[in-house]
Write a protein that binds this ligand. Structure first.
Ligand code: AMP
Ligand code: MG
Length: 339
């Protein structure tokens, strides 16, 4: 464990995270990085580009914005985009085929992830997400659904796709590919704190903050990305409501039909943002004991989780990569080996 962090930039990290989107902050950060910020997929997206003329960076970042909007339309589970139409077709014909090859390939990948995780990552729980009311970007549900309705879903499991567990990651991967195709080698695409970074920020690596689960302005840990890496976090604090003194959140356990319990957040580091995104969601479902098995099945090595009591567990591959903002976190962290 590296218990002591470079204090100055951790303080900076906390400030930047408070302003949302830590990526790209730090001493000297303002010099020649270009930043473009927009709302898409229900979240704030920041595209930070370094090392090319500002007008080229801005043009490429605007293309990334268009890309995010197009993917959001295509991958919304309801409505007249490709996935919405496919779900409507499935409702009357469970053998319906995806409307286009791009969506077909994405669904094939989602099914592969479902298989690798023994169904804990379940892209076919669209009807359950709707039943809970987590399908709407604007409104949160007021109450959980009646238990009989959840039981009926468990029995029938109607085939409705919801790619919300990894669509943001895939979009980030495509955005990075677009930037590279425009000759950009140093950039971060940060979608609400989940990001992929390529290259460096001048003479030093990109620095990233990981939010403390129960403290919206707090930073739990920080890390430096090495070359080309994505950092994705799933947490029970992202979309949730309280009812009768209990907390209900948007990551659902397909075995019970109810929100997952045991872990409050999972952070995954991997070169592929789509895989990191899916893995973070799947490990939330796997819970405090089983997560290393599922990580190994997905080929993920660098993971940190926070459990419901605030306990931190991390893999051997993650340990040398992060600095905790508080030495007490590092002191209590438990290292888990992967099977
Ligand atoms: P994330 O924030 O990446 O963990 O994704 C959460 C979103 O994924 C939810 O809002 C749902 O749309 C969807 N989702 C919820 N539970 C699961 C699950 N067990 N497997 C796959 N996707 C899920
Ligand atoms: Mg995810």
């Amino acid at each position: 464990m590296r218990p002591t962090a470079p204090r100055a930039w951790l303080r900076m990290a906390a400030l930047c995270l408070a302003a949302l989107g830590l990526a790209g902050c730090g001493p000297g950060a303002q010099e020649s990085a270009t930043q473009h910020r927009f709302m898409a997929m229900g979240t704030l997206v920041d595209v930070t580009v370094y090392g090319v003329p500002a007008e080229d960076a801005e043009a490429a970042a605007r293309e990334v914005e268009q890309l995010f909007h197009a993917l959001h339309r295509a991958w919304q589970p309801q409505g007249d985009g490709a996935l919405g139409r496919f779900n409507a077709a499935l409702a009357s014909d469970p053998a319906a085929a995806p409307p286009d090859p791009d969506l077909g390939a994405l669904i094939a990948e989602a099914n592969r992830l479902a298989q690798a995780t023994g169904g804990l990552f379940d892209p076919t729980l669209g009807a359950l997400v709707q039943l809970w009311g987590f399908g709407s970007a604007e409104r949160l549900p007021a109450a959980p659904p009646p238990p009989e309705a959840v039981a009926a879903w468990l029995q029938q499991r109607p085939l409705q796709f919801d790619l919300g567990g990894f669509a943001k990651g895939v979009a980030v991967d495509r955005a990075i590919a677009l930037l590279r195709a425009r000759g950009i080698e140093h950039a971060i695409v940060n979608a609400g704190g989940d990001l992929r970074a390529i290259g460096r920020k001048g003479d030093r690596p990109w620095r990233i903050g990981i939010r403390a689960p129960r403290d919206p302005a707090g930073v739990l840990a920080a890390l430096e990305t090495a070359g080309d890496e994505a950092v994705f976090t799933s947490g029970d604090y992202e979309r949730w409501f309280e009812y009768d003194g209990r907390r209900y959140h948007h990551i659902l356990d397909p075995r019970s039909g109810y929100p997952t319990t045991g872990l409050v957040s999972v952070t995954v580091l991997h070169s592929n943002a789509g895989l990191a995104d899916a893995a973070a969601t799947a490990l939330m479902v796997a819970g405090p004991e089983a997560w290393p098995t599922v990580a190994a099945a997905l080929g993920i090595e660098a993971v940190m989780v926070v459990d419901a009591d605030g306990g931190i567990q991390l893999t051997q591959a993650m340990q040398p990569r992060i600095w905790f903002t508080d030495e007490a976190y590092g002191a209590q962290a438990r290292v888990r080996s992967l099977p």
